[in-house]
Each structure stands twice: as structure tokens, then as C-alpha cells.
Design a protein around this ligand. Structure first.
Ligand SMILES: [Zn+2]
Length: 486
């Protein structure tokens, strides 16, 4: 069912480092998929909607008239949504809003020197395309996890795409449509796979192009994101889902097994990894897995996921070594089920999200914790974050210096520009203080310049430069306060 990987002994190096290659993880060959998606993306670029309709026929087995989902279909899906599902989605949205609203940031202005400020303005991306996977499971929760942060970030134009389903007349799954309508998103497309990413990247007659595409998908979606990154922004190339659990003998084997099963349920290539120093727990979890999987609805899928090379029970000597292992693994989801779980969790450096203690299972985070479930996979958690309001914002530096403030630093800029052999950079500043005279710029000399630089420090405080500015031309201020000579 699940393999054991015994790393007791020498696996962890003295500095706490750990060789990632020793850990169970499937290779996701996005490069190979690139060659498959390239012609698809090119075709969408050139033929637009016609290409999307062809691919819907070929890959999804549906005949579409148009790709955009009519508004009535969205209203109808919401009207027909099971009231319990609606209540659960509303609670999911409510909690996600609490967390993501708190992630909003205000512009911050820093006074670097008197008269010189740099403000960081946070500006939402104008138009975003959100990908909601179809495939083996239906993910209205992914609608919530993509849309809520984008809305809280203030994104003006939001469109959702999800694969067309033959059993629903070529529309995306009705629960996905209902979730969109619940969130007020009425621009929805029935497109999946690489072609959907290309639709957002290039635009079609139905769908204007977007600046950013977010959301998880299969390997073709990941490949299209890699291919089109540059033309569009992407969140990350999400791969198959992963759960890692760091547990000791205080953990309940039944709960640990249930959590491993829960994520294995997503996909045959999903990864479930238990890291423990307790041989006893390992044995008990193996026993639990057998029992639980036997009665699971998706037992075939789960069995394939658990027995794949991407899953395993990793035995280590101590929790300390276990921490090194989970940090090296950088799981999308990491549970800590140990004594002092909060203490261990605080020392985690690499994970998409950390779930602390016996009552914070990953399933909670998938739906209703308030946290986001679009998280970095495949070890990308060592350099990337999950989806958040920040994903939809750009920080713009707004630089605003007064004449005095610029004068004060000009000699440093000129020096650095000369050091990089980019003298025109220095000239651009000196020109502002030349006051119409040429000598200042050309000669002025390295020698005088140095002294000038010294004096500037003084003048920075006082108002002398002001005078220079006013009377500049005649008063021969060129040697002094204003650093045109350097
Ligand atoms: Zn899950």
C-alpha cells in the first residue's frame, strides 16, 4: 500500500541539511508537456474561439457554439444549488474574506532624506483569468480560493474558466458555475487545459486578454503557464497535491491515516508522506491505511496514489531530523502532529501551509479554515507562497525628490555612473544644475568635485542650495554647493 523509506542513521547532515533526492517525489515532466501545448497555444492565438471550440470537441468531447457561459446558466446554477452546499460555500467565503481582507496593504511613503521620498503604491492587476480545474473532482472551493483574494485585492476585471463537461451540456460543472455566481463573477468560460490559459494570454473575440492567470490545473495547464509566462503573469505551476505529516507517538494513527487518505483522494499522482521517528506509529498507520482505504469511495485512485513512488512513510531518528526532512521536502501541505506541535511548526521554514496539532487537518484548509488552498507544490514552497491578496497586487515605487534632495546626492550618482561607464547617467543629473553653463559639466574636474561633494553635506541642511537655484547662473555657484563638477 505505502512504502517505507528508512532514513535512520546518516541521512541528516551535521548542519541540519538534507538531500531532497532521498525523499519520495514524482518527477513532473512539464518540459515534455511543453512541446504538446505549444501548437495548441499557437492555434488559440491565431484562431481564437474557433480553436477553443475544436479543442473542446477533441479533449472534452463537447460541441460548443460559443465558449462564454451565458448569464442565465450561472443564475440557474445558483438557483438550483443545494442549500447545504450554498451555506457551506458562503461560510467558506466568509472565512476566506476575513483572512484575505487582512492581507491588504496600504501605500507606504518613506522619507529617505528631507525632500526625498519613495512611496510604494500597491496597485491591483487590471484583469485576471482564474483557472478552476475540472477533471476527477469538482472544485467550487477553488473558485472561492481564487476569486476572494483577487476581489479583496481590488482587481477590476475577473474572469473564470473551467473545463466543459459533456454531462452538463458542455458547460463547466454547475456547482462551479453556482460558486461563480455566488461571488458575483459572471464572466465565465467553458475552456480547460492549455487552451484556456492561451485564451487568457492572447484573448479572443469573446474573451479579452488578461494580465495574470492563477489557479491550479493539470500538467498541460502547468506547461501552458510556463510557455506563456512573460506574456502573462502566473501564480505558479501547480503540480499534483501533496500532504506531508510530521508525527510522533503522541499522534493518533487513525487520524494520521485519514489525513493521508484525504489528500491521496485528489489524484492518482497525489503524494502522501508521513515523517516519523516512531516505528510504532508507522506500523499503526499502515494498518489504518489498509482498513480505511478498503472502504473509501475512491479506493482505486487512493491506492494508486499511496503506492506510487511519490508517497511513503519516512523513518528518521528524531523529530529534529524530521524537521530537516520536512524542510527539505517543502510540502504543499504540512501537518504537525507531535508533542508541542506549535513549537515544531514555528521552526518550519519550507511549506505551502502548515497545519498545527490534532485539530487542524488539511481538509479544514481545503475548504473552511480561511486560509488559501492554492499553494506551491513540488518543493516550490522553498521559494514561493500560496495565493493571497499579494498575488494580485504590484508594488510601484514612486520616487519624488526635490531639487535640494537631488543636489545632495548627485555626486554619488555621478560616481557610480562613472564606475559603471555610463557617464550619460551622471550627465542627466548634472544638466539640472549646470544653469546653462557648459564648463560645469565638462571640466570642473575630479579634484574640485571632491571638495564640492564635501560641502554638499553642509548645504544639505541649510538653504544655500535654494539660493543657488534662484541666482544660479550669474553667481558662479558652480564650484560650491551644486555638484555639477563631479
Ligand atoms: Zn485536499
Amino acid at each position: 500500500m505505502i512504502s517505507r523509506i528508512d532514513l535512520r542513521g546518516s541521512a541528516v547532515s551535521a548542519d541540519g541539511g538534507f538531500d531532497r533526492d532521498l525523499l519520495p517525489r514524482a518527477e513532473l515532466d512539464v518540459e515534455a508537456a511543453l512541446e504538446k501545448v505549444r501548437p495548441i497555444c499557437d492555434d488559440v492565438r491565431h484562431r481564437g474561439t474557433a480553436a477553443l471550440i475544436d479543442y473542446a470537441q477533441r479533449f472534452d468531447g463537447v460541441t460548443l457554439e460559443r465558449v462564454r457561459v451565458p448569464r442565465e446558466a450561472l443564475d440557474e446554477a445558483l438557483a438550483e444549488l443545494d442549500p447545504d452546499v450554498r451555506a457551506a460555500l458562503e461560510e467558506s467565503v466568509r472565512r476566506a474574506r476575513i483572512v484575505h481582507r487582512d492581507q491588504r496593504r496600504s501605500d507606504s511613503a518613506v522619507t529617505v532624506v528631507p525632500g526625498g521620498t519613495v512611496t510604494e503604491r500597491w496597485v491591483p492587476v487590471e484583469r485576471v483569468g482564474l483557472y478552476v480545474p475540472g477533471g476527477r473532482a469538482v472544485y467550487p472551493s477553488s473558485v472561492v480560493m481564487n476569486v476572494v483574494p483577487a476581489q479583496e485585492a481590488g482587481v477590476g476585471s475577473l474572469a473564470v474558466t473551467s473545463p466543459p463537461q459533456p454531462e452538463f451540456g458542455g458547460l463547466p460543472h454547475p456547482t462551479v458555475l453556482a460558486a461563480c455566481a455566488l461571488l458575483g463573477v459572471y464572466e465565465v468560460y467553458a475552456a480547460g487545459g492549455a487552451q484556456a490559459i492561451a485564451m487568457f494570454a492572447y484573448g479572443t473575440d469573446e474573451c479579452p486578454s488578461a494580465q495574470l492567470v492563477t489557479g491550479p490545473g493539470n500538467i498541460y495547464v502547468a506547461a501552458a503557464k510556463r510557455l506563456l509566462k512573460g506574456r502573462i503573469g502566473i501564480d505558479s505551476e501547480a503540480g499534483p497535491t501533496e500532504i506531508a505529516i510530521l508525527a510522533d507517538d503522541t499522534a493518533d494513527a487513525a487520524h494520521v491515516a485519514a489525513d493521508l487518505v484525504s489528500q491521496a483522494e485528489h489524484d492518482t499522482v497525489a503524494a502522501a508522506v508521513l515523517v516519523t521517528p516512531s516505528v510504532e506509529l508507522a506500523g499503526a498507520v499502515e494498518g489504518e491505511l489498509k482498513e480505511q482505504v478498503a472502504v473509501a469511495r475512491h479506493r482505486e485512485r487512493i491506492t494508486e496514489a499511496l503506492s506510487g513512488r511519490q508517497s511513503g512513510i519516512v523513518l528518521i531518528d528524531s523529530l529534529e531530523d524530521g524537521l530537516a526532512v520536512v524542510n527539505a521536502y517543502a510540502a504543499e501541505h504540512l501537518e504537525i502532529q507531535t508533542e508541542d506541535s506549535a513549537g515544531w511548526a514555528a521552526r518550519v521554514r519550507n511549506a505551502g501551509a502548515v497545519f498545527v496539532g490534532p485539530y487542524s487537518p488539511v481538509s479544514l484548509g481545503d475548504y473552511c479554515a480561511g486560509s488559501n488552498h492554492v499553494l506551491p507544490t513540488g518543493g516550490c514552497a522553498c521559494h514561493s507562497s500560496g495565493l493571497s491578496v499579494q498575488s494580485f497586487l504590484r508594488g510601484i515605487h514612486v520616487v519624488d525628490y526635490s531639487r535640494d534632495a537631488l543636489a545632495e546626492v548627485t555626486h554619488h550618482v555621478v560616481t557610480l555612473a562613472e564606475a559603471e561607464d555610463l557617464p550619460a547617467h551622471g550627465t542627466a543629473l548634472k544638466a539640472r544644475f549646470a544653469g546653462g553653463e557648459q564648463e560645469g559639466t565638462s571640466a570642473g574636474g575630479e579634484q574640485e568635485g571632491t571638495s564640492a561633494g564635501g560641502e554638499q553635506e553642509d548645504t544639505g541642511a541649510g538653504g544655500e542650495q535654494e539660493d543657488t537655484g534662484a541666482g544660479g547662473e550669474q553667481e558662479d555657484t558652480s564650484e560650491g554647493k551644486v555638484p555639477q563638477s563631479k
